[in-house]
Design a binder for this molecule. Sequence first.
Ligand SMILES: [Zn+2]
Length: 114
Amino acid sequence: MPFKIDCPFCAQRIEVPDELNNTTANCPSCNQELYLSKDDAVADAIVDRLRREEESRERQHQEHLRAVMQMQEQNRRTWTIVKWILYIFVVFPVVFWLLYAFVLFVYGCFTGKL
Ligand SMILES: [Zn+2]
């Protein structure tokens, strides 16, 4: 069964017939001398798969982070709206009435009506 190796010099993928296992040959792409071994090809395939799995995990992690950030942004927006409602219906009227009471008090003191 032929196996595939990646040339370490030019990264060209080469299909190697089984009878050339554990021999040397020149890369058809860059002409560098290569040692052709099925064991190396198997090891390369395992490394390749681990790298793909790692990339997939990393992508999932990124998606999770993005979802969390979106939720935080949504919460921040909701909180901003609640804050302004509180300002308009609670904080501003209270401040206004306190000022009004103070003005009335000062006016009363000066006119002797208090
Ligand atoms: Zn090569």
